[in-house]
Design a protein around this ligand. Sequence first.
Ligand SMILES: Cc1cc2nc3c(=O)[nH]c(=O)nc-3n(C[C@H](O)[C@H](O)[C@H](O)COP(=O)(O)O)c2cc1C
Length: 350
Amino acid sequence: MPRITTSLTRLLGLKTPVVSAPMHGAATPALASQVFRSGGFGFLHPGTYDKQTVQQEIHQFRLLLDLPDDASLPVGIGFLVWRLEEQAKANPEVSKEAVLTALENRVRAVWFSFGRNIGHWVRLVREHDASAGRPHSTLIFVVVSSAEDALVATNEWKVDVLVAQGNEAGGHGKGAAPALLALVPAIVDALPENGPVVVAAGGLANGRQIASVMALGAAGAVVGTRFLLATESAYQKTQKDAICQVVLGSTKRTMAFDELRGSLGWPAGIDGRGINNELVKDFDSGTDLDIVKAKLAAGTKEGDANRMVVWAGASAGLNRVVLNAKDIVQEIHQDILRTLIGTSALVDSE
Ligand SMILES: Cc1cc2nc3c(=O)[nH]c(=O)nc-3n(C[C@H](O)[C@H](O)[C@H](O)COP(=O)(O)O)c2cc1C
């Protein structure tokens, strides 16, 4: 049986070079544990960044895999750095404790995105691991959307994994991010030899697409939207149905959802990709914000996806079925293998 081997599979001991994203409101311990059991790697996202919530998420994950309290955990945990920073203004200890709780539980990886001083949090992790006598035991993933940011993360912070997030990505990201097919080679070519592992994120929903970014130099993929359609994701049925029903081209990068629900404070240039529904259209056409906010409240209550927040990447429309995470990972695995074998057959060895 042929195996897929990349720097990501070696780093994390994976069968399939696929990572499920730390999606706020969607990534669950059930999702991350099933992705892990199936050969990939999963991230958790605690809804709020405090010690108790982080501990609870990790506890759930541990139970699902039946791991003892002192075992290191084959899972990662994601933090939106600007939220850690906002919270730290009022009480620096709460944010710090949230991150340290993850480290004390020996998660395999942490993920930092969208902050003003990501280096500060990277140092916290490294210092913790060194003082615990386990130097560099936690892998650090950082999201980047340009070669310049990739070089800062590589040379200054010395992160382990760069998540190259293209414009197609669902949820939040850099509005001006290039398309993934341009971003991945730009980052890979800019990095020094022995630089961090590069994984690609944004619009990747099947193994053929993932094989194509591997051909560009990525060691694997971070997959978000495809896993929203996992039975284990916490996305509501209405939101899953909406993603299954739209056609390709139905998503848009926007600040509409954040403005309407008041989830503001993102660093400059960050917006979010979601389904271009009635709320986004109202917002763009300048409809009175109070009217649109009332629509959002009613739509959320009634479960009407046209008047709800539905984050989704540019792949929305490619997959129309909800599957178990295990089946998604296996389908992607087979698809990558078939594509890699199929493309090598295009080379004539004569
Ligand atoms: C519902 C949803 C929530 C997300 N939440 C976060 C988050 O909290 N932190 C983060 O760094 N990225 C978040 N993302 C972005 C993902 O990390 C990832 O980059 C993206 O989903 C990849 O693109 P795809 O959705 O097209 O596969 C989110 C994405 C979605 C769809």
